[in-house]
Design a protein around this ligand. Structure first.
Ligand code: NAD
Length: 507
């Protein structure tokens, strides 16, 4: 049967109409189960989805619960059987079509991400582009996923085939509403699974359009499902016996909880957590490159990236570079170059860290606390806190805002020691023009994703994305080949077709 013939009925959400930052409402986020939009099985809370630029609801989300997860798991289980029997190449063809739809509608998707999350249009577009890159990786899987085969004994062959797990689920955070689901979906779907997504309740809108595009791309009903909600839905996903694997991306606190709960129920779990990323700047670093890059790293997406720079370890005499960082950051205009943070609570948390650092004796050399670009929005301007000690909260804890804490250290060893004392291990970068210094840092820092003269060292496809230590619970990376391995299981087939005369223990 052709893909189009088995696809779900095209639902009627339709495109998001915004073409600029002007406040634009969007449709209510409902569940997408078995190829249909539906409301929670039992009446539950309806929550506002706020546009953080204005602090105003642009939509609502109907929060689900365990009964909705059960309905989604049943629909997914029904769909998984036949989807898993499609040849991998045909499964990947759905992603080829999805890619075309994403490319064709890239501006619409980017505006939707920008309005639900608050990031500026250029950043939102980059997010959608990275989502497209992840889909392209999924398209390439038929060329990568051939298992090995070997004659292991005379007349006896062993082969490996990648089989789907069946029904799997993903839980995603607010900061990349469109891209993070696409860290998981391509490998899981091409691997032959049916998927249940639980998007962040703060940003459930762009994935509504993703669901529609998957239908248009020819994905059969029930292969992709979405259950809206929060903690109740996540716990039900962890507990549900039909769901065999859980991918999670969010804060360390919740990543740990989800990893523990899903594992207790015998599921595979890969749970990416929070971060506290360090940039090491040494005196021989290129002035322009470093200043531009450091600022882009800590202010991009309003500092709400798990790869954002959070601590600058200033090694020796680097004041000329710090001055250039400050001068550049001071030119950033909130509302134009910098979006708001996600909620009023986030704003309070971030400014609380700045207040705390000031009280503890650090120097606020650029202060974003008074930023107020658009009335009602949750604004924090670029903030630089100098002369921090490693013990200060701003230098130890994840702030998740456009703030960088500078800790001055006498030498490289001291910098590496501070970086490695952090329980997190997502990203770490060094700015230098010395290959030797770069190598020494790259060999010693406790971080899964490292950069040399790159402030946001995101491994592009096909390299896998994933941190170490408290930034990742579970084994491997979430994207790239590790992702495919996570969402599939290996079947080892040993076969013999004739009795062999020269018998071995295997004959
Ligand atoms: P969060 O942990 O609050 O929420 C993530 C998801 O978990 C959401 O879907 C939410 O509904 C759900 N959730 C929240 N509380 C829960 C609970 N008690 N039990 C079960 N589920 C729960 O994270 P967030 O605020 O949406 O996202 C920001 C965090 O995500 C930051 O810490 C950031 O560093 C991290 N992050 C990490 C990566 C990475 O790759 N390591 C990528 C993006 C974001």
């Amino acid at each position: 049967m052709s893909a189009a013939a088995t696809a779900a009925t095209t639902p009627a959400i339709g495109p998001f109409s915004a073409k600029n930052d002007e406040f634009t409402p969007f449709t209510t986020a409902r569940h997408w189960i078995g190829g249909k939009w539906c409301d929670p099985a039992t009446s539950r809370a309806v929550q506002d989805v706020l546009n953080p630029r204005y602090g105003k609801p642009l939509a609502q989300v109907r929060m689900g619960g365990a009964d909705d997860v059960d309905l989604a798991a049943q629909a997914a289980a029904r769909a998984a059987r036949s989807w898993g029997e499609w040849p991998i190449r045909e499964r990947a063809h759905v992603l080829y079509r999805l890619r075309e739809l994403m490319v064709r509608n890239i501006d619409e998707l980017a505006w939707l991400v920008s309005h639900e999350n608050g990031k500026i249009f250029g950043e939102a577009k980059a997010e959608v582009e990275k989502g497209i890159e992840c889909v392209e990786y999924g398209c390439s899987l038929p060329n990568l996923a051939a298992g090995n085969q070997l004659e292991v004994s005379r007349g006896v062959a062993c082969e490996v085939a990648y089989a789907p797990l069946g029904v799997v689920a993903g839980v995603t955070p607010f900061n990349f509403p469109f891209m993070v689901p696409l860290w998981m979906l391509p490998q899981a779907l091409v691997g032959g699974n049916a998927f249940i997504l639980k998007p962040s309740e703060r940003v459930p809108l762009s994935t509504l359009r993703l669901a529609e595009m998957l239908v248009e791309a020819g994905l059969p009903a029930g292969v992709f499902n979405m259950v809206q909600g929060g903690r109740d839905v996540v716990e039900a996903i962890c507990d549900h016996p039909t769901i065999k694997a859980v991918g999670f991306v969010g804060s360390t606190k919740v990543a740990k909880l989800v990893y523990g709960r899903a594992s207790t129920h015998g599921k595979r779990a890969l749970c990416l957590g929070g971060a506290k990323n360090h940039l090491i700047v040494v005196p021989d670093a290129d002035l322009e490159l470093t200043a531009e890059n450091v600022v882009a790293s800590f202010t991009g997406c309003a500092g709400q990236r798990c790869m954002a720079a959070s601590v600058l370890l200033a090694v020796g005499k680097v004041d000329h570079i710090l001055d250039a960082v400050r001068a550049r950051a001071a030119k950033i205009t909130p509302g134009k170059d910098l979006g708001p943070v996600t909620t009023q609570a986030a704003r309070d948390r971030i400014t609380g860290y700045i207040d705390g650092a000031e009280k503890a004796g650090a120097k606020i050399v650029l202060d974003g606390r008074k930023a107020d670009a658009v009335a009602g929005g949750y604004w924090v301007g670029p903030t630089i806190i100098d002369h921090c000690t490693p013990e200060m909260a701003c230098a130890r804890e994840e702030i998740f805002g456009p703030v960088i804490s500078i800790v001055r250290v006498p030498n490289l060893d001291a910098a590496i020691e501070i970086e490695n004392a952090s329980p997190y291990g997502n990203a770490s970068s060094v700015y230098t023009s010395s290959g030797d210094i770069a190598r020494r840092v790259m060999e010693r820092v406790e971080a899964g994703m490292c950069g040399v003269n790159i402030g946001v060292p995101v491994p592009r496809e096909p390299f896998g994305f994933g941190g170490w230590n408290d930034s990742c619970f579970g084994h491997g990376n979430i994207t790239g080949w590790d992702g495919y391995r996570f969402w599939t299981r290996q079947r080892k087939i040993t076969s013999k077709w004739a009795l062999q005369r020269d018998q071995t223990w295997m004959s």
